[in-house]
Write a protein that binds this ligand. Structure first.
Ligand SMILES: [Zn+2]
Length: 112
């Protein structure tokens, strides 16, 4: 699981205590980090975060993405299965093997 990064001020920079402590990457001339611009709302794991960068928000977002991905994979697997089976049954029926198609169907129903 990803952890939010805490911003480390460099040089003349100073951490703004009213804002979220997360480091946000900016792509410009190379990579720069800057402090998140939002006001902090929650205190977790010794740091202050906005609702987007808190460790618990990050975890929730990762879990939601993970679930979305798993649901998608499951749906895809199901749709392949259904397409495969129904096309086999349709082909059997088209070829005049109605009884065989029915036997296959009932055998699969018993199995699952
Ligand atoms: Zn933030």
């Amino acid at each position: 699981m990803n952890k939010p990064r805490v911003w480390n001020p460099r040089g003349h920079q100073e951490i703004d205590p009213s804002r979220c402590e997360a480091a946000v990457s900016t792509v410009g001339m190379g990579f720069y980090d800057h402090q998140c611009k939002r006001k902090w709302k929650v205190e977790e794991e010794g740091h202050r975060w906005c609702h987007q960068h808190s460790p618990s928000a990050l975890k929730a977002r990762e879990e939601a993405e993970d679930k979305l991905w798993r649901d998608k994979a499951a749906r895809r697997a199901n749709s392949y299965k259904n397409t495969g089976l129904s096309s086999v049954l349709r082909r059997l029926r088209d070829a005049g093997h109605e009884d065989l198609a029915t036997k296959v169907e009932s055998a699969l129903e018993k199995k699952s």
